[in-house]
Design a protein around this ligand. Sequence first.
Ligand code: IPD
Length: 290
Amino acid sequence: MSAASTAATPEQVDALVRVAQDVALRAGALVHEGRPGDVRVAATKSSAVDVVTAMDLASEELVRTALARLRPDDGVLGEEDGYRAGTSGVTWVVDPIDGTVNYLYGIPAYAVSLAAVVDPAADAAGTAPDPATWTVLAGCVHAPAQDRTYTAGRGRGAHADGRPLRLGPPAPLAECLVGTGFGYVAVRRRTQARVLVELLPRVRDIRRAGSAALDLCDVAAGRLDLHYERGLQPWDMAAASLVVLEAGGDVRGLRGRPAGPDMTVAGPAERVADLVALLTELDADRDDTA
Ligand code: IPD
């Protein structure tokens, strides 16, 4: 793989998947085994949020240390510690704990997410890889408390615990179980609630499970029909978006744009098109101002 290309051989992709899985499993063990039985009791000296933040930081440090040993020339973009450029053309996009609120409350839907991406345009500009321009080559989403591991390699398929994933025939929108998530800021949540009021009567039901990475993997595994969310960060979606794509699904934004922070919609292509049309009509990719 040259620094300026997005091409990778199947062997290179498989090697990246193995690294993603190996490191995600190690970080998953750290966060799972390291979680105090009662975070709130453990947090008597600080706050429960600090305990979780400490584990987030420790997980990302483990990932960065492991990658520095296994793939010293690659860059890293992590939720906690930002972007460090590499020289190989490959950057690892890392969410050390996706679903931190679940982790805080002891709800098992949390995961470590690692993806290897290439983004020559961002490299040329000296910026971090961007979902609008990157190509995801490999990824792993590991949910230690659920004992589930999803992997995907570009052109090499998606797997859950080694079993191939393939989306089934799409249900009509009215029969779709739709996952979503809400931002942390009040003005965004108000808009998300308005959109939900319009969407809820038109689908089977809504789930807000608390980890976008796992929601996307659930789409690939058939436990959800669709997922949409405004406000996803690159690390929330990098690995899991490849899991959906490699399972035969589609991942996109609104108004012809790629998936990204403005909006991410994932599922079977036909149903994604329906949901994209509805969300566009509802201006779901813009925060209401009043
Ligand atoms: C969050 C989760 C959540 C989603 C938020 C994300 P974090 O990631 O994926 O489901 O709704 O938008 O920020 O903060 O737990 O890594």
